[in-house]
Write a protein that binds this ligand. Structure first.
Ligand code: FES
Length: 209
């Protein structure tokens, strides 16, 4: 009897599907699908692949970070346009450009842009007009107008930024690879001065005047 009843029920179900056009419920179709769990070896491969992808992503992000300039013109780390009209007279007190953290020092030997941070522990030496030198308020290091070391615990003179000077005749003058002062010609007029705070020359060693 049970078999005859079951057969009638299945026939009724098939007739219903035929009338409505509905497909059989998906759970019935998928009920037989089995997904095998990954083996231990496969799992380790997945972890390894994900680690490699993550590492490559970090390396790629690092390359992009260093490949593109992160500083805009006029921001510390970028190039500063320094107004030639502001240029101190030769031998007079250096001028501090706070936004660029540098001193423009026009010495008899030439023009320098000195990084305004002490090479000892990073305090900010100030120009002392009465002594005509930079003096660090933290541990007493002293530097000449050209940034060379005089005394104190600083391991070297003040670091320097490269300077590019463009003259009205179109010619240019740039700081050389050692960061030496730029000797300004007397027969030319300066059109613009650029100080690149994105690049730094190591300050002179002790004993260099
Ligand atoms: Fe300038 Fe120490 S930080 S002397």
């Amino acid at each position: 009897m049970a078999s005859a009843s079951s057969t009638r029920s299945e026939a009724a179900s098939r007739a219903s599907i035929a009338r409505t056009g509905d497909a059989a419920p998906s759970t019935q179709v998928q009920s037989g699908v089995q997904v095998a769990a990954p083996s231990r070896r496969e799992f380790l491969y997945y972890i390894w692949g994900a680690s490699i992808a993550l590492m490559l992503g970090q390396v790629g992000a690092g390359v992009l970070w260093f490949a593109f300039p992160r500083f805009r013109e006029g921001e510390f780390g970028g190039v500063f346009a320094y107004d030639p009209a502001e240029l101190p007279a030769i031998g007079s007190a250096p001028q501090f450009v706070a936004a660029g953290r540098f001193h423009v020092s026009n010495t008899p030997a030439g023009l320098l842009a000195l990084f305004g941070v002490c090479t000892h522990l990073g305090c900010l030496p100030k120009w002392a007009p009465t002594n005509e030198r930079f003096e660090c308020p933290c541990h007493g290091s002293k530097y000449r107008a050209n940034g060379t070391w005089i005394e104190g615990p600083a391991p070297r003179g003040l670091d320097r930024f490269p300077v590019t000077i463009t003259f009205t005749d179109g010619s240019t003058l740039e700081t050389d690879g050692s960061g030496d002062p730029l000797k300004l010609p007397t027969d030319k007029t300066i059109a613009s001065i650029g100080v690149n705070t994105g690049k730094k020359f190591r300050g002179p060693d002790h004993g260099i005047v």
